[in-house]
Design a protein around this ligand. Structure first.
Ligand SMILES: [Zn+2]
Ligand SMILES: [Zn+2]
Length: 394
């Protein structure tokens, strides 16, 4: 081995790290110490520069200091290190190994990530995780930069909406169709407020994240309020700097949108749960309606199944429970019912949203049974009950 080291040294100056790494069977605490010991045995003094790394191994401490500094902004339990090296560095190491038939040594890249990982672990008290780390640190030895990305945080929550005229979802920016442009302030969304926009802003601020993506359990119209235990949702907050939830800060009322409940979830659910909604709708009749007709309506829709047919000819059924009508006058009534989640409320009442050709047909529906046209200016969600809990919904 001494002979081999001598041969290498004759042509290639190497730093102690890069020398030690070529001799995996030589014993020593780490490659720098090994390299130093080998160099002493060979009897050469350390030369300036290193054929393989050209000084990179000397900069490891700077990188770990920089990394720890950047990590101060993050809440995390574990991390993973990655490194981008100039291709020539790897090629030079390969070249040297091929020439001297050096086998079994670790690559310079692995050594760098492991060594900095050790330093970062000891300075932060956090551990390395190769599978799903909270943060991934990428050190770029070409640009000198350290880049941190973090695993998304998932939250499960329920919201109440106590004001009318606020849509549930954000609408994509008309200009850029969601890609982000000057007009939408590079958000990809229209500037008008919505439940989604209010919740997204609150979650992004809370977790110091970049974006929030929602999965809703059902939907309501712009004029509906949502009461009772609230509508459940899942949100994925990407690039969060913080990972814990401070309920006292987040459960506040803002512009009529109240987070009733929220908690950090392990992961995104695979499928949505079944649920039952309690609805109250205000309807207007195009003709006079008496008590008898309304009684017949109640009889017809109490605990029944309705058939939903979409334009694509998909047919499925939904159940309606506890159907009640409260007559206000000849032309007005309040309807209360519970039904399976996902039933289109307006279509079930029998009004089309736009007057265009309906994309969906529900039979029987309220208008059909009464045999008259209806208007429904508003329906409210009084409660929402989750049926299957296998995904951790409540
Ligand atoms: Zn070196
Ligand atoms: Zn835009």
């Amino acid at each position: 081995m001494v002979e081999l080291a001598e041969l290498i040294f004759a042509d290639y100056p190497l730093c102690d790290w890069c020398l030690g790494r070529q001799f995996p069977s030589y014993r020593g605490k780490h490659d720098k110490i090994k390299g130093e010991m080998i160099r002493r045995e060979v009897g050469v003094v350390r030369k300036e520069g290193c054929f393989i790394c050209q000084g990179i191994m000397q900069s490891l401490n700077d990188f770990s200091v920089k990394t720890v500094e950047k990590l101060r902004d993050y809440e995390f339990d574990d991390f993973l290190m990655g490194a981008t090296l100039p291709r020539e560095v790897i090629e030079r190491e390969d070249e040297l190994r091929a020439k001297f038939k050096l086998r079994g040594g670790e690559s310079i890249k692995r050594e760098i990530t492991r060594e900095i990982g050790k330093a970062v672990a000891s300075k932060t008290g956090k551990k390395v995780n190769f599978r799903k780390p909270d943060v991934t640190i990428l050190m770029n030895f070409i640009s000198g930069e350290v880049n941190i990305t973090s695993k998304p945080v998932f939250v499960y929550g329920r919201y109440l909406k106590t004001v009318r005229g606020l849509s549930q979802k954000r609408r994509k920016c008309r200009e850029c169709r969601g890609r982000g442009c000057k007009i939408c302030g590079y958000t990809g969304f229209m500037k008008e407020e919505s439940v989604e926009q209010i919740l997204a802003q609150r979650l992004i601020e809370h977790f110091k994240g970049k974006r929030a993506k929602f999965t809703w359990i059902g939907g309501e119209s712009i004029e509906s309020v949502v009461l009772g235990s609230g509508r459940p949702f899942y949100a994925e907050i990407s690039e969060p700097k913080l990972r814990h939830l401070d309920e006292s800060r987040i459960l506040k009322d803002q512009k009529g949108v109240i987070l009733k409940e929220i908690r950090v979830a392990d992961k995104k659910p695979k499928d949505k749960p079944n649920f039952i909604v309690t609805v109250s709708a205000h309807v207007g009749f195009e003709e006079d309606v008496d008590e008898g007709k309304l009684y017949a309506l109640k009889k017809a829709l109490q605990n029944t199944e309705v058939e939903v047919r979409s334009l694509k000819k998909k047919v499925f059924t939904k159940k309606v429970y506890d159907f009640h009508v409260e007559r206000m006058d000849d032309r007005e009534a309040k309807i209360h019912f519970r039904c399976d989640g996902g039933l289109n409320i307006r279509r079930f009442i029998g009004v089309s949203n736009s007057g265009k050709r309906d994309t969906m047909e529900i039979t029987p529906n309220v208008s059909e049974i009464l045999g008259i046209d209806l208007v429904c200016d508003v329906f409210d969600i009084l409660d929402l009950e989750i049926l299957n809990d296998k995904n951790g919904f409540r």
